[in-house]
Design a protein around this ligand. Structure first.
Ligand SMILES: C[S@@+](CC[C@H](N)C(=O)[O-])C[C@H]1O[C@@H](n2cnc3c(N)ncnc32)[C@H](O)[C@@H]1O
Length: 711
């Protein structure tokens, strides 16, 4: 890509361009740079971008990761100090740190960009990626003092170089009183007006209303410091409560829970009756907030005020709570979800499943009890469900979810379960050993490896997918992510807001491995395996893949040729084909059937037959040929790997080692419709009972089943 100079937004990067530059930088790795650009030019360019950002409509944020490197863990006091002049291209020393002072307000969009100088007055452009930042409430505001670990030059897309930081933990914002800060910079300490605690609280509230959350936190903290030791409990409690609320908004649950534990402790101390109670024990309250269940051993519900109680509930749901039953009020949950309200207050249910080692597929999820077809196996609240989908699997310069990095950065307590997820072996190869007791670092490249393997695309409500094109979002459900893929899965994932509900497609016994489809299997084995390999790094060895492999490429090609021919014919025939045309179509379809040998595919899906058979079923229905419709719908189920028996007034699933999906539910509906027409209402009712179970399986709940299955 050739960038037009001057007039455009040069602070935003393009994945392909970054990749190219990253590769170019490898050729110059370790070289020093002579900066030819003056302080004035950098400042002018920056002003132009500040203006550009205020005056132009901006593109969606483009979060790009360059070549991977691990975060530094050197302590600031032990690090070697370096200067801008000594930085090198594409490589930083893990033991080095540079002190920088920001000279401008930042431009914040995909990254935070500012101009900095070092202790020696040398200047550079600094780009910090993956920061929780905004122009309205910037982290890197003018006159901030920063320490940056393992600083390095990155080649800029339009020529020149800039200092780029990818790992949030490589950046430390320094207080001007920190011993590291050069003496000359200390005089920059802004004059902080003197206010009373009430004044700071009011100012904090104003900042909160303006969505300047970081400034609100600073005001509440100043308010707290302004209070004397004999301060009235009520004012102090209020300041902690407000700080807790702001920390929740910023996804800083670890800090929010500390604030709340302080507020509750002070509340207990302020009341004679609670003075010596367990509520006055900060650690006990904090442990309760992290206890992951809704039991109330401290009798919080009856002993603290409503505003504190509400915050406690909020924090507990956001950290995650669990229940031990599969009971959910689905109609209520379903009606509470909307485009502006994906986060629902519900507990997860995972106690009847466990993560164990499998023979060949790493860890997997296993049933701890028997489940019948349609049963809820587990339910889980999302660990993170970022606001928008930035997902480009085809690009090596990957795009990922910023909010996820923020949540992990702000909450060390939540990192272990996240980083236990499969990262494809990235960390041991690319980074250092984490010693016991050490916080797990947030390596953004590792986060991306985990994202690729473990995130799910989720609609707002799975039921919506049946009737309309529905946008999907990325999300993480950690317990669910231990489920391995099978093209013949025994479970289906469904979504309601940020809750995932997993149901069985068939009977599962205690001890069985639970499997799910990562994506709908492609018709040809090659394409299927390619997809699994490129995204998840495995080759599927399920029974269907094994049998498809034995069939060989010649038969596969024949199948695909016939499949494509039937697809074109179906498109041409459209919604109202003639009976003669349908008979001809059915004849060609039988030729495709022959290409699936019954001895090979005894109970397995015959994937190429599915779509033409669905077309034929609906076409026979259209021309009101009930017998043909029933025959075709029964075959459709068979091609999904499901054998059904209609015996007198009873309907039965004789075998099901295949796929349960919306087309299967439709096939059942058509069968029920057919038998109703033929004057067999009991049989039709029996079929509809199974259809309801499957509807629940594929949407998570039976909300909407009456309407969908109306005949
Ligand atoms: C979402 S994780 C599943 C849990 C994973 N097995 C673990 O140990 O954490 C996805 C990874 O599991 C493995 N996997 C999943 N399904 C598989 C399958 N059918 N065959 C082989 N490996 C599989 C692959 O390594 C894949 O990248």
């Amino acid at each position: 890509m050739v960038r037009p100079q001057q007039s455009h937004n040069l602070y935003e990067e393009d994945p392909d361009e970054t990749k190219e530059l990253s590769q170019k930088a490898q050729g110059h790795k370790g070289e020093k740079v002579v900066q030819e650009v003056s302080k004035e030019t950098l400042a002018q360019e920056h002003d132009r971008h500040l203006k550009f950002h205020t005056e132009n409509a901006l593109q969606p944020r483009n979060i790009i990761l360059p070549m991977s490197y691990c975060p530094s863990k050197v302590s600031l006091s032990q690090a070697k100090r370096t200067r801008i002049r000594d930085l090198r291209i594409a490589t930083g020393d893990l033991d080095e740190v540079i002190l920088l002072r920001t000279l401008t307000e930042p431009v914040v969009h995909s990254a935070s960009v500012t101009i900095v100088e070092d202790e020696h007055g040398e200047i550079a452009r600094l780009t910090v990626c993956n920061l929780e930042d905004s122009m309205n409430d910037p982290v890197l505001s003018k006159d901030s003092t920063l320490a940056i670990r393992q600083p390095r030059w990155t080649i800029a897309p339009y020529g020149g170089y800039y200092i780029r930081v990818d790992h949030p933990s490589d950046l430390v914002l320094l207080d001007l009183t920190a011993p590291l800060v050069p003496f000359e910079w200390r005089s920059l300490d802004k004059d902080i007006p003197s206010k009373t605690a009430a004044g700071w609280k009011k100012e904090g509230d104003m900042m909160f209303l303006k969505k300047k959350f970081r400034q609100a936190l600073a005001c509440y903290e100043r308010g707290r410091k302004a209070l004397g030791t004999d301060a009235a409990y009520a004012v102090l409690i209020d300041l902690y409560r407000k700080r807790c609320g702001v920390n929740i908004v910023l996804l800083r649950f670890d800090d929010a829970s500390k604030d709340l534990a302080h507020a509750i402790k002070l509340h207990a101390k302020s009341e004679q009756a609670l003075h010596n109670s367990d509520l006055a024990d900060f650690d006990a309250v904090k442990a309760w907030l992290y206890s992951k269940n809704m039991s109330d051993p401290l009798h919080i519900a009856s002993r603290i005020s409503r505003p504190l109680r509400d915050l406690a509930v909020r924090i507990k749901f956001d950290i995650g709570v669990f229940q031990t039953t599969a009971d959910y009020d689905f109609p209520r949950l379903s009606s509470s979800v909307g485009p502006l309200n994906l986060h629902i207050d519900a507990a997860s249910y995972t106690s009847d499943t466990e993560v164990k080692q499998t023979f060949h597929h790493g860890r997997g999820l296993f049933a701890k009890r028997d489940f019948l077809a349609g049963d809820l196996i587990m339910a889980e609240k999302a660990f993170a469900m970022p606001g928008y989908l930035v997902n480009d699997r085809s690009s090596e310069c990957s795009l990922y979810s910023l909010e996820l990095v923020q949540k992990l950065t702000a909450n060390p307590s939540l990192r272990r379960e996240f980083f236990d997820m499969d990262d494809g072996g990235y960390w041991p190869v690319n980074a250092w050993e984490i010693t016991a007791g050490e916080d797990i670092p947030v390596d953004v490249f590792r986060v991306e490896h985990i994202r690729r393997r473990n995130c799910f695309a989720a609609p707002m409500r799975s039921v919506d997918v049946l009737t309309q094109a529905t946008p999907v979002r990325n999300g993480f459900w950690i317990h669910t992510s231990y489920i391995n893929h099978s093209c013949l899965p025994n479970s289906v994932r469904t979504f309601l807001g940020d809750m995932l509900f997993l149901r069985t497609t068939r009977h599962i016994r205690a001890g069985d491995e639970i499997t799910a489809q990562y994506v709908t299997p492609e018709l040809t084995l090659g394409e299927r395996q390619e997809k699994y390999k490129s995204t998840w790094g495995f080759e599927c060895d399920c029974r269907l893949c094994q049998v498809d492999d034995q069939v060989g490429p010649a038969v596969e090609q024949e199948r695909m040729a016939l499949f494509n021919e039937l697809k074109v014919t179906a498109q041409k025939l459209g919604a109202k084909p003639t009976k003669t045309a349908l008979k001809r179509f059915a004849k060609r379809l039988r030729e495709l059937e022959v290409l699936y040998r019954e001895d090979h595919y005894a109970d397995l899906p015959k994937l190429c037959l599915v779509h033409p058979t669905l077309f034929l079923t609906e076409a026979w229905r259209g021309v009101k040929n009930t017998d043909k419709m029933i025959e075709s719908a029964t075959k459709l189920l068979r091609y999904f790997g499901i054998e059904v028996l209609a015996l007198g007034i009873d309907f039965e699933i004789a075998k099901n080692s295949g796929l349960v999906n919306v087309e299967c539910v439709r096939a059942l509906k058509y069968l029920a419709e057919g038998y109703t027409t033929k004057g067999q209402p009991e049989l039709a009712s029996s079929i509809l009972r199974t259809a309801k179970v499957w509807f629940k399986t594929i949407t998570g709940t039976d909300v909407g089943s009456e309407e969908f299955l109306k005949i």
